[in-house]
Write a protein that binds this ligand. Structure first.
Ligand SMILES: [Zn+2]
Length: 343
């Protein structure tokens, strides 16, 4: 979860984020999160139980193309007018936004809430992670469904259950961790019946989620035939495994071992390989959490040549200095390690 993004968002008192999707549920409940996670959208949580009319008055409305001082009128969770000096009736709640920015909520395209992984589980679930995101202005996210023993449908069911504690909008990507005719068929079901249209392939995490180049090619071909987007976690998993063995042999088991075991060259190599294989299949590619200049340069080069490649920025990847991993205080170093590892 990008809790780091939430922490780094501009100070809340400067912003009024448009929690459009939340306006109805919030108004209908005595507890603003519907008693800690009643299923979002259900009447019991207050959603759609009461109509709502809100005027956000006098703020600086910021959109992708420009910003202007304007009023925003919202009815039943939908913006129906953005213009100056909107006059409304008495039954409309007015929020004074003079001197503040009014902007759409952020969308985090990469989260792992309640993810079970190598004998652990991420600490934030669909409620606590979403609550943290909302506090920072992120109002929608896309989580990654991890298949259960390779089964996409079982993984999907498991994540629908995890998301019952949801408090905001979300969508799903899906990881592909093995390959056979069933997986191939299920990808089609996910796209056509479940609304999932992006699939992630892990080139790292040997012995767990990692897939071979052969599977990567099969997956790319299937994505292409379905019109789905192929995504990669691009690190050379075999080399990272070698690096990890080397660290253990050297007795380096602290947070700094993470950086030393997987240098940027291994990310650059896998990014280049994924780009070339996607080019070979002629399908677009989305490279998740770009963490190094090596990977970024491969993506920039491919984009310049006209290939459809998207690089996903991540806050921890934008940090210029990993020296904190060598901090003598374990907890300080480990926290930084966590920000590198959270994807
Ligand atoms: Zn991830």
């Amino acid at each position: 979860m990008d809790s780091s993004l939430a922490q780094r968002a501009p100070s809340p008192h400067l912003l009024i984020i448009l929690f459009l999707s939340l306006i109805s549920p919030l108004r209908g409940s005595s507890n603003q999160f519907c008693d800690a996670g009643a299923e979002y959208g259900k009447l019991a949580c207050g959603a759609a139980a009461t109509a709502s009319k809100i005027l956000i008055k006098g703020g600086t409305v910021v959109n992708a193309h420009h910003k202007e001082v304007s009023d925003v009128y919202i009815e039943d969770g939908i913006i129906s007018a953005v213009q100056k000096d909107i006059v409304v009736a008495d039954d409309v709640k007015i929020i004074d936004a003079i001197g503040k920015y009014v902007m759409p909520g952020g969308i985090d395209p990469h989260t792992h809430l309640a993810m079970e992984f190598m004998g652990t589980e991420t600490i934030d679930d669909f409620f606590s992670g979403q609550a943290a995101a909302l506090a920072g202005g992120t109002t929608m996210h896309i989580d990654f469904v991890i298949p259960v023993n390779g089964s996409l449908s079982a993984g999907y069911e498991a994540y629908v259950k995890k998301a019952e504690r949801s408090a905001m909008d979300y969508g799903f990507h899906m990881a592909i961790t093995k390959w056979d005719d069933t997986v191939s068929r299920e990808m089609e079901v996910m796209v056509k019946e479940k609304g999932i249209n992006s699939f992630k392939f892990f080139m790292a995490y040997k012995g767990s989620l990692m897939i071979s180049d052969e599977l990567l090619l099969e997956g790319f071909k299937k994505c292409k035939s379905l019109g789905a987007l192929a995504m990669v976690h691009a690190e050379n998993g075999d080399a990272v495994f070698e690096g990890q063995k080397r660290m253990i042999e050297l007795g380096i088991t602290g947070p700094e071992g993470h950086a030393l075991s997987r240098p940027p060259a291994l990310e650059g190599e896998a990014t280049s390989r994924a780009i070339r294989l996607a080019g070979f299949v002629n399908t677009p590619l989305y490279v998740v959490h770009v963490m190094s200049i090596d990977a970024m340069e491969e993506i920039a080069k491919a984009r310049k040549s006209g290939q459809k490649v998207i690089g996903e920025p991540v806050v921890s990847g934008l940090e210029l200095d990993d020296s904190i991993l060598w901090d003598s205080d374990f907890h300080t170093a480990a926290k930084q390690e966590l920000s590198f590892f959270q994807k």
